[in-house]
Design a protein. Structure first.
Length: 338
């Protein structure tokens, strides 16, 4: 096992490490027979989806998290393995079951969730469950807010972000806020802002930017300014609407792709996976992030690639199953002039 001192002196940082929850999405088939609704099992969970998005594109991804020692945990591990994601840092527990989410879709592919979490295995991951080797080869460490919903796992998430940053990895956060996962009367904002302040790259959905703005004196402009005090890149997405990007010395707008959406489950995860893949393929770690951002052609090209990943994901059902290959993304880009 690599020591912390050894990690401080290594220059090999190639993996995208995605930390947090993997869960089962039970996706409604959309119809009812005799008053009964059918659901189909799919592997999911935002950071797990992001790791698969990277692997499908041909990148190097590791998933780190806790699974239940049950049939669903076994299914998730198998699904990650089959997708080409590294799973050597996955842990198992018999103290809680794997989390479940039941998902129904409207006619536009937009989702409604019913979560069975907590209790759940992913919430039991602790700092001692991290293998130092997973940080030793990391160019990027990626998290979402679903590992902030309880104090124990939230503290572990922040510790992982701090360690990754200290060892030269880009720290990425896709907020991916799911209010139903937070305890009743809990205020997510303090934990959200602590994690956002620890990230170099932040992705927000439009409604998440609205949420932060509603609770911040000064509104949206103050939120953006506050985020960029610590982050180097902020990206906001809003479905088919143009995406927006912000850095400390500029901002811009990019059009997305016109597709027929049937299931938006993995759209954001496909987008962030595509962006992180671009960073990895360009050799970007924390020391190189500023120069990448300063290259506007590289930045906007990477964001357009990520938008293509998100667009393709909404054209098919499921999470892992919806994530596109590199060839599919290139085909979309080549046939959709900028």
């Amino acid at each position: 096992m690599t020591s912390i001192e050894d990690m401080k002196h290594t220059d090999v940082k190639r993996d995208i490490v995605c930390f947090g929850e993997a869960l089962i999405d039970f996706l409604s088939t959309g119809g009812e027979a005799g008053g009964h609704r059918a659901f189909i099992q799919h592997a999911g969970g935002a950071p797990a989806n992001a790791s698969v998005a990277v692997a499908r594109l041909g990148g190097r991804a590791q998933f780190v998290g806790m699974l239940g020692a049950d049939m669903f945990g076994d299914f998730l591990l198998h699904s990650l393995d089959q997708a080409g994601v590294g799973t050597r840092y996955v842990r198992y527990t018999s103290e809680a079951k794997t989390a479940l989410a039941f998902v129904s879709l409207d006619e536009h592919g937009e989702r409604s969730f019913s979560f069975y979490r907590p209790p759940a295995a992913d919430l039991l991951f602790r700092a001692t469950d991290f293998d130092p080797d997973c940080f030793a080869n990391a160019a990027i460490f990626h998290v979402c807010s679903n590992s902030l919903t309880e104090p124990g796992i939230a503290q572990v998430t922040l510790e992982g972000m701090a360690l990754a940053r200290s060892l030269g990895a880009v720290v990425s956060m896709d907020m991916n806020l799911r209010p139903a996962l937070w305890p009743t009367k809990a205020d997510p904002l303090p934990w959200l802002w602590r994690a956002l302040a620890a990230a170099d790259v932040v992705k927000l959905a439009g409604n998440e930017l609205d949420y932060l703005s509603e609770h911040e004196p000064g509104g949206e402009s103050r939120v953006i300014h506050r985020l960029l005090e610590t982050a180097q890149l902020l990206v906001t997405t809003d479905g088919a609407a143009p995406l927006r990007w912000y850095t400390r010395d500029g901002s811009g707008v990019l059009e997305t792709f016109s597709v027929r959406a049937i299931d938006t489950t993995a759209a954001g995860d496909a987008f962030i996976g595509g962006l992180l893949y671009q960073l990895q393929s360009r050799g970007v770690d924390r020391a190189r992030l500023a120069s990448f951002i300063a290259d506007r052609a590289a930045l906007t090209g990477s964001l357009r690639f990520a938008a293509g990943c998100g667009a393709l994901a909404v054209t098919r059902h499921g999470a892992f199953a919806a994530l596109p290959s590199l060839g599919e993304v290139h085909s979309l880009l080549e046939n959709s002039p900028a």
